[in-house]
Structures are given as C-alpha cells and as structure tokens.
Design a protein around this ligand. Sequence first.
Ligand SMILES: CC(C)(COP(=O)(O)OP(=O)(O)OC[C@H]1O[C@@H](n2cnc3c(N)ncnc32)[C@H](O)[C@@H]1OP(=O)(O)O)[C@@H](O)C(=O)NCCC(=O)NCCS
Length: 183
Amino acid sequence: MTITLYTPVPVPYRRADAEKLVGEKLPAQWAEDKDYTLGAFRKETGALVGSYCLTLISRGVWELGYWAVKDQRGRGYSVEAARALCDWGWATLDVHRIEWWAMAGNTGSRAVAEKLGFTVEGTLRNRSIANDGKPHDWWVGGLLRPLQLAVDLDEDLVSRSVLLSLRYRPRTVAPRETKPRAS
Ligand SMILES: CC(C)(COP(=O)(O)OP(=O)(O)OC[C@H]1O[C@@H](n2cnc3c(N)ncnc32)[C@H](O)[C@@H]1OP(=O)(O)O)[C@@H](O)C(=O)NCCC(=O)NCCS
C-alpha cells in the first residue's frame, strides 16, 4: 500500500509493467543520461532490498527516489544504498543539487533523507495528485554537492564501491598555466 500511495507506480502493477520498465524504459533512460535506477541486493542471499534512483530534473539537478521491500525495511539498508548512489552521483554526474520529494506525512522517506543530510526546505500545498486520485501536500528537500568530495575523489574510493564502479568518468583538472615572474 505505501509504495502505491507514495510513489508513482502504475496501479494495478502487472508483470508486463515490470518487464517493460526493467527491459526497455530504464536501459533507455540510462543510455540518455536521464535516470539511473539501481536495485540493491543483500550480499549473503542476493535478495532484493529495494530500488534507488537518481533522475535528471534540470541542468545540474537530480532527484533521489527510493522504495524498499517490506521485510527488508528498518535495517538501515535504504540509507546505505541511497548514500552510495548519491556518492556515485557526485563523483560521476554533472550535479550540484540532489532533490528529494515526498508526500507530506511520509515519515519513513523523510527519516532516510534526513539521515543522508538533506535539508527539508518546505511543504508545497496540493502539489500533486497521488495514486489515490487526490491532490496532496509534498515535502521538498535538497542536498548540495559536498565540496570536499570534489577535491578528494581518488581511484581507491571508486574501486571500493560496486555502485561507484558502474559508471565513472574521471574528472581531470588541467594544470594552471604559470607565467614566469617579471624580475
Ligand atoms: C521509506 C523507505 C524506503 C525506508 O526504507 P528502510 O529500508 O526502512 O530505511 P532504513 O532502514 O534505511 O531507515 C533509515 C532510518 O529511517 C527510519 N525510518 C524508517 N522508516 C520509518 C518510518 N516509517 N517512520 C519513522 N522513521 C522511519 C529508521 O528508523 C532509520 O532510522 P534509525 O537508524 O535512527 O533507526 C521504506 O519505508 C519504503 O519503501 N516506503 C514505501 C515507499 C516510499 O515511501 N518511498 C519513498 C517515496 S518519497
């Protein structure tokens, strides 16, 4: 119930919807640099934990989204997976702000966002219609690019994370030209 109310999944959600999403829509959006949706899985069992995504909203602004499988919730996995995805985003994408949106009252989503360091910036009244057919208030929050990461990014950090290794374009900074001093 919470996933269908709090996220924009089609209702009812049929197997064909899932196959189309995983087989066609998501790969196309990856190819176009518009959306990076990843599954998180338990290391020991391979069980699906949830889905975590970064979606392009406008230049330099990406939205973080997530849902977790009911019996995997409450163990800190969503914070872990979403944090890894954000770290990958800072390292890889042209992004200066990650945004979070949730229906007002979705305290679980807000708890995850706040643990990740998002600042809740406000509530937009009747901002959008959910799957129950009614307009709802929405919370919005933002996380700005951590300056330190841009400077400290190194190969070791990248090779430690599976998520980070999915797609990584090393950023190189051209050495500044130094003019000989006039004596
Ligand atoms: C929101 C959601 C992804 C959280 O997943 P999760 O795996 O349980 O999150 P975590 O285990 O990483 O929890 C992180 C923190 O949030 C807290 N939290 C999780 N659910 C909570 C809830 N319903 N109310 C209050 N706090 C909650 C946890 O207690 C934890 O804090 P703690 O470490 O201090 O105990 C999950 O509840 C979900 O899938 N909800 C339905 C879909 C949805 O709402 N998606 C977001 C749309 S914006």
